[in-house]
Design a protein around this ligand. Structure first.
Ligand code: CTP
Ligand code: CA
Length: 229
């Protein structure tokens, strides 16, 4: 990648990024998860470090190398991710790319759940996980710029607009994952995103995730410069 135009544009800034899925245990050998690869979030953390920022990357369980110059905190569950994010504040900008599991089991079993011979599956009670982005949106240490991601399969811009308001974010970066599983977005190397904000909707063409990351970080640097005193 020869994109070097933003080198140094984030020097002195702390950028907090979440990436990857979360895993919510059912029992010691099973968990609830999703198809997030972590690639887009890791690329954003790398781009922010390349631009001179101090970067904290809170990563769910993914097998990806830590980008150069990035401080990585590995977590498993949504609640661990929230604690790590909270402990990493203050930050100038937070970019929440993680595909946080919306629900966890009400009580993870201490032992492997066994079939009981009845042919009926064991009931699985779920409870909602905390919303990390929305928590930051109303936090006393709310980052000056708060960016969420939204993977949608339909009415992409409408759903992103609703999430902006609901979560108190400045931008929602929305992408279309309607082709999953096995499509080019979840797990793939390319992404076509729309950036939804109070200023309107900006649509980018399908680009490599690394280029999406570079362009997004350039936009973040610009926004932080504009908002500086
Ligand atoms: N998010 C979060 N914590 C959660 C769920 C989502 O921080 N418990 C963040 C994601 O990291 C992302 C944004 O919120 O930046 C939007 O995630 P998404 O799953 O699209 O939103 P939800 O509110 O969970 O809505 P949906 O019912 O469409 O899944
Ligand atoms: Ca969700």
């Amino acid at each position: 990648c020869d994109f070097t135009g933003n080198r140094g544009s984030l020097s002195g800034k702390h950028i907090l990024v979440t990436a990857g899925p979360t895993h919510e245990p059912i029992d010691p050998v099973r968990y609830i998860a999703n198809r997030s690869s972590g690639k887009q979030g890791f690329a954003i953390a790398a781009a922010a470090a390349h631009a001179g920022a101090r970067v904290t990357l809170v990563a769910g369980p993914v097998q990806l190398p830590t980008p150069a110059g990035v401080a990585r905190i590995d977590v498993e569950t949504a609640r661990e991710m929230l604690s790590a994010v909270d402990a990493s504040l203050p930050a100038d900008a937070a970019i929440m790319v993680a595909a946080v599991a919306d629900w966890r089991t009400a009580d993870a079993a201490g032992q492997k759940i066994k079939k009981d011979g009845s042919g009926q599956p064991a009931p699985l009670a779920l409870v909602e996980n905390p919303d990390i982005l929305a928590t930051l949106g109303r936090h006393a240490l709310r980052p000056k710029l708060l960016v969420g991601f939204a993977a949608e399969t339909q009415k992409i811009a409408d759903h992103a607009q609703a999430k902006l308001a609901k979560k108190g974010a400045d931008w929602i970066v929305a992408n279309d994952v309607s082709g999953a599983p096995g499509d080019s977005v979840m797990g793939g190397d390319d992404n076509a995103v729309q950036i939804v904000s109070a200023q309107g909707i900006e649509s980018w063409p399908c680009l490599p995730k690394q280029v999406v990351a570079d362009k997004l970080i350039e936009k973040v640097a610009h926004a932080l410069t504009l908002s500086a005193d």
